[in-house]
Design a protein around this ligand. Structure first.
Ligand code: ARG
Length: 541
């Protein structure tokens, strides 16, 4: 990567670990370092030494001191053109790197709860998680995706109780009906809290392997997974494993034993808990002897460590579970597991609909499938087109709208924003792509390597400078768990290309060959970027 070459050259002179940033805008160059200020060195002397570096002088055409001692680097035309030609050679491979070579990362994402509708509450985890998965893949990690389904716990006690009380049959079961059962239970339990004891007793039966309870649970699980698969295929999401909470059922006892043997858990009012110095305690075993969400999470950590030997485990889960993950990671620390493994919770903010937030307990959930269908319908209204194109645009719009912001920020669904063809939206990105593709269909010139002798307009130069950044943006986005960094970049690149397109002729220009090469490379980078974000590109729009 270009960055590493420049960093190497500066380190040779400064002999210290330095930072190289992208300046706010291209007027300050392509890269900038504050090394002189940071280490109290003379920027002029550094620049003088750097200017004698032969290798560096091929990469950059200008090194400049700015402000209180920033050193700015401007890429040479040779670097920019070499990179352009490389993009057109590498095509889909452009951007890939081997930074994660021989390392494994586990990404846990989506993780909806069975027997409930797939609500928009799990949309962010699904979309952001899939993007993070893709980022780590392109930078060379072995990536394991796991969907930690909520398919175990007291809530199934509720369902089992309802199921038997109302004497229901499987044949006409739907998720909607199951959700109704919850809602009705919650209403009754408000007046009669004793019902919770019944529900807990049913869950205890399930955990002990009661055949009737197992049978009902198995059917409900099957029904839910069918619904989830439909959503995943609509979203184009594929998750390697579905080790839900129930998968850890037989792995809990040994965890509890280890906690006791190591003196980490203690008895408290009939239950068993872990105390922390800086968080409230976490419950390991309830007083009725059943396991908890927390215990199953400990089992999940142990399993992943043993099975995959990862260097990192990423949990893409809502911000409302921040405390849970702090407790979990501290407990893992107490157990002494995975000492050199990095555990990361990427909390995402809540999506709200204009009508307010939704929850199953209140009995008001928004069905994700309805939201997706609406997006597809609205996309078809945009261009009066239906079928696969409307799907690409509708689903792409939902994804971009989510990925363009930092995962931790929440937002309200706003259809005008989501589908705005002029703004920072999925359809805008896809349209930019499709329009550039149509230019490529018009030219009669075969793609050639572009010689350096050709002069560049300002607009072309800006595009070239953006293009050179792509591989580094991917690394930054992965390092910071921020797909939004790639969105910002792609949006800026699209803007730069559109500015060029609006001002200059491509077909029939004396430099048609150069401009076609530039268009081709831009199209390639937008495509590679959108695919990493999980967004499809339409060839025509
Ligand atoms: N099923 C949970 C929920 O919907 C999310 C699971 C998060 N992952 C975990 N390892 N606890 O709230």
């Amino acid at each position: 990567m270009i960055r590493n070459e420049i960093i190497g050259a500066i380190r040779k002179v400064v002999r210290r670990d330095i930072h190289l940033e992208f300046p706010e805008n291209f007027q300050h160059g392509d890269y900038s370092t504050n090394a002189a200020m940071q280490f109290g060195l003379d920027a002029k002397k550094i620049v003088l030494k750097l200017s004698k570096d032969k290798k560096l002088s091929k990469i950059v055409s200008k090194i400049e001191i700015a402000g209180p001692g920033f050193i700015n680097f401007f890429l040479s035309k040779k670097t920019l053109y070499d990179n352009l030609n490389m993009i057109n050679l590498e095509k889909l491979k452009y951007g890939k790197s081997g930074i994660g070579k021989d390392k494994t990362v586990v990404v846990e994402y989506s993780s909806p709860n069975i027997a409930k509708r797939f609500s928009i509450g799990h949309l962010r985890s699904t979309i952001v998680g899939q993007a993070l998965y893709n980022f780590y893949k392109v930078i060379g990690y072995k990536v394991i995706g796991d969907n930690h389904l909520g398919d175990w716990g007291t809530q199934f006690g509720v369902l089992l109780r309802q199921f038997t009380i109302y004497n229901l049959q499987f044949t006409d079961l739907t998720i909607d009906k199951l959700e109704d059962l919850y809602v009705r239970f919650n209403k009754s339990a408000k007046e009669n809290p004793k019902l919770w004891e019944e529900a807990r007793a049913w869950f205890a039966k399930l955990e002990k392997g009661d055949p009737e309870a197992r049978k009902i649970w198995t059917e409900i699980r099957k029904l839910s997974l069918e619904e989830f698969d439909e959503i995943y295929s609509k979203l184009g999401v594929k998750i390697d494993h579905e080790h839900g909470e129930s998968f850890y059922e037989d792995k809990i006892d040994s965890i509890v034993k280890e906690l006791r043997n190591k003196g980490i858990s203690i008895k408290s009012q009939g239950a068993e808990i872990i105390e922390f110095s800086d968080h409230p305690p976490a419950m390991i075993i309830k007083s009725d002897g059943t396991s908890t969400y927390f215990t199953r999470d400990l089992a999940q950590v142990k399993f992943r460590l043993d099975e995959y030997r990862p260097s990192k485990i990423i949990y893409e889960v809502g911000a409302d579970q921040t405390l849970h993950f702090r407790q979990l990671f501290s407990a893992v620390g107490k157990l002494g597991w995975g000492k050199d493994v990095e555990f990361v919770h990427i909390p995402h903010g809540l999506i709200q609909l204009e009508s307010g937030k939704m929850s199953t307990r209140a009995g008001k959930t928004i069905k994700l499938s309805e939201v997706l269908d609406k997006a597809i319908k609205k996309a078809s209204e945009l261009g009066a087109k239906t079928g696969p194109l409307a799907e690409k645009v509708g689903i792409g719009a939902i994804k971009w709208n989510d990925l363009k912001r930092e995962p931790k920020t929440g937002f309200t669904f706003n259809w005008d924003e989501i589908l705005n063809m002029q703004g920072n939206s999925g359809p805008y990105m896809q349209y930019t792509y499709a329009r550039a593709k149509s230019v490529l269909r018009k030219t009669k010139i075969a793609l050639k390597t572009v010689p350096y002798s050709i002069s560049l307009t300002t607009e072309e130069e800006v595009i070239l400078r953006y293009l050179s950044r792509f591989p580094e943006i991917l690394v930054n986005a992965a390092d910071n768990y921020s797909p939004n960094l790639l969105c910002e970049y792609l949006f800026a690149l699209a803007g730069a290309y559109n500015a060029f397109y609006n001002k200059h002729k491509i077909i029939g220009d004396p430099n048609e060959a150069g401009r076609i090469a530039l268009t081709k490379a831009t199209v390639q980078v937008i495509k590679n970027g959108l695919l990493i974000l999980g967004i499809n590109v339409p060839e025509r729009m």
